[in-house]
Design a protein around this ligand. Structure first.
Ligand SMILES: *Cc1c(COP(=O)(O)O)cnc(C)c1O
Length: 381
C-alpha cells in the first residue's frame, strides 16, 4: 500500500468541473490582476473568519512583509516570534532590517509559550519591540487570550501567522487571524485551503490600516502613478481567487474530515499499544465545544529514534516530513542574531523528535491503519 503525505489530485477530482468553469470565466474576461474575483474572495474571507477587513496578496510571506511595512518596522526595531516555525516568519523581519527576538514554545502545543513571552517582554523593555507574531502552528490556535493581554500591557500590536490555521478557532474568542490586530493566511497549494500557485490574504481590524496595505500591495499607489510611499507588487491574481472561491465553502468539511482521521489514528495507536512510545498531538481546546478547535494542517507526533523510523516509513511507501529540522535561531543566515544551541531547548527538542504523518481528508481508514501498523512493526522489530 502507498500512503502519500498529501495527494491533491483527489480533492481536484471532486471539484474539477466547477473549478474549470471558473477559470474559463476569468480567461474569457481577460482580467487577471486583482478585480472582482479578488474582491469577492476578500469579502468571503471576512465572513468566514469574522475579520473586519481582508486584502488579497501574492503569498503568505508577502502578507507578513506588507503588514510589517504598514507598521513601519525597520532598522533598530525588534519583532518577537518563535524559532519553531517556517522560515518566512522571521525572514520578513530580517528583510526589513529589523531584529527577530525569539521566545521558546510550549512543548504540549508547539506554539509560543505565553509565560516565556511575558518574561521576554519584561526583559526587553529597553528594545523597541514593534510587533508580536504568534504562529498557530499545525492548525492549532495559540493562547490568544493570554497573548492579547500581554500585548496590551506592553502596547505592542499582534500579527497572527495563521498560514496553517485558516478556520481554526480559539474557544470564545474567534477564528485564527481575526483575534489580533493583524492576521495572515497562505494559500500555498499544500495548505488547508490551497490555490493553484502562490497566494495569501491579510486581515486586519482597522480600516485605515487596510487602506494602507491595499496601497502597499500595489507599489504604494492609490491614485495611479502617484506614489506617496514605497510598496511592492504583492497582488493576488484573479485566477487564484477564482479557484479559492470554489474551495472555501468546502473548508470546514475538509477540516472535520482531518479531525476524523486524527481520531482514527488515536484509536489505532492505542490499539497497537503505542501510547507510551509515541506522543500524539494534544487537543487542548477539544472539550470547549468549538468545532474547529484543531484543523490539523499537519498531524505531528513525537517518536523515539525518529530518523530510523523515517527510513522505515520510506521503505513502507508512507509519506512523512519533518516540520522543522532546524529551529530558526540555528539557521546559518541568522547567525548574526547571536543565538546558540541550548537557548530554546523545547524548539530544539521538537526539531529532533517530531515527524508529520499523512492526515489529508481523502485518506481511507485502511491507509491510516497501515501507517500505524508500520510504525508498530518498527518498534516491535
Ligand atoms: C506557509 C507558511 C508561511 C508562508 O506562506 P507562503 O504562502 O508559502 O509564502 C508563513 N508561515 C507559516 C507558519 C507557514 O506555514
Amino acid at each position: 500500500m502507498q500512503v502519500p503525505l498529501l495527494d491533491l489530485k483527489l480533492q481536484y477530482r471532486e471539484l474539477r468541473e466547477e473549478i474549470r468553469a471558473r477559470i474559463d470565466a476569468v480567461a474569457d474576461a481577460q482580467a487577471f490582476i486583482l478585480g472582482p474575483e479578488v474582491e469577492a474572495l476578500e469579502r468571503e474571507v471576512c465572513e468566514y473568519t469574522g475579520a473586519a477587513h481582508a486584502v488579497g496578496v501574492s503569498s503568505g510571506t508577502d502578507a507578513e512583509l506588507a503588514i510589517l511595512m504598514a507598521l513601519g518596522v525597520g532598522p533598530g526595531d525588534a519583532v518577537v516570534t518563535t524559532p519553531y516555525t517556517f522560515f518566512a516568519t522571521a525572514g520578513c523581519v530580517a528583510r526589513l532590517g529589523a531584529r527577530t527576538v525569539f521566545v521558546d514554545i510550549d512543548p504540549e502545543t508547539f506554539n509560543i509559550s505565553p509565560a516565556l513571552l511575558r518574561r521576554c517582554l519584561e526583559e526587553k523593555r529597553a528594545e523597541r519591540v514593534r510587533a508580536i507574531i504568534p504562529v498557530h502552528l499545525f492548525g492549532l490556535s495559540c493562547r490568544m487570550d493570554e497573548i492579547g493581554e500581554i500585548a496590551r500591557e506592553h502596547g505592542v500590536p499582534t500579527i497572527e501567522d495563521a498560514a496553517q490555521a485558516l478556520g481554526a478557532e480559539f474557544p470564545g474568542m474567534g477564528r485564527c487571524g481575526s483575534m489580533g490586530d493583524f492576521g495572515y493566511y497562505s494559500f500555498f497549494p499544500s495548505k488547508n485551503l490551497g490555490a493553484f500557485g502562490d497566494g495569501g490574504m491579510i486581515v486586519c481590524r482597522e480600516e485605515a490600516m487596510a487602506q494602507n496595505i491595499r496601497a502597499l500591495r500595489n507599489h504604494g499607489m492609490e491614485q495611479r502613478y502617484y506614489h506617496h510611499m514605497v510598496g511592492g507588487n504583492f497582488r493576488l491574481d484573479a485566477l487564484q481567487a477564482a479557484v479559492l472561491r470554489v474551495k472555501l465553502p468546502h473548508l470546514d468539511r475538509w477540516s472535520a474530515k482531518r479531525r476524523v482521521n486524527a481520531e482514527i489514528y488515536r484509536g489505532e495507536f492505542a490499539r497497537a499499544g503505542l501510547m507510551g512510545t509515541i506522543a500524539l498531538p494534544n487537543e487542548p481546546f477539544a472539550a470547549s465545544g468549538a468545532a474547529n478547535h484543531h484543523i490539523y494542517n499537519q498531524f505531528v507526533i513525537r517518536a523515539p529514534r525518529r530518523d530510523e523510523l523515517l527510513a522505515h516509513l520510506a521503505k513502507r511507501q508512507i509519506g512523512h516530513a519533518i516540520y522543522y529540522p532546524v529551529p530558526l535561531h540555528r539557521q546559518e543566515c541568522f547567525a548574526g542574531l547571536g543565538y546558540k544551541e541550548g537557548d530554546f531547548p523545547e524548539s530544539e527538542r521538537a526539531a529532533r523528535e517530531t515527524l508529520a504523518l499523512p492526515i489529508y481528508p481523502e485518506l481511507t481508514p485502511e491507509q491510516l491503519r497501515y501507517v500505524v501498523e508500520s510504525i508498530a512493526e518498527f518498534y516491535a522489530g
